[in-house]
Design a binder for this molecule. Structure first.
Ligand code: FES
Length: 68
């Protein structure tokens, strides 16, 4: 099931924005590297940084094969 909600309030980045960015960049299996590319694509976590953990959790769920 595809869920969607705002993950990064500063940059208005939603769960599906992050999921799409991960899917389009699926050459990494490393969460931090993937985070960097997702950050470049979506600008998430470039404001207050408060969403950093949430974004990492989402990326690691997706990389671990959670259904998106
Ligand atoms: S909520 Fe993502 S940078 Fe502030």
């Amino acid at each position: 099931m595809k869920e969607n909600y705002t993950v990064c309030n500063c940059k208005k980045v939603s769960y599906s924005d992050i999921a799409d960015a991960v899917e389009n960049n699926n050459k990494f299996d490393d969460v931090l590297k993937t985070f960097e590319s997702v950050q470049k694509i979506t600008n998430c976590s470039t404001g207050c940084g408060g969403c950093h953990e949430k974004v990492l959790d989402i990326i690691s769920d997706i990389l671990n094969g959670a259904e998106i």
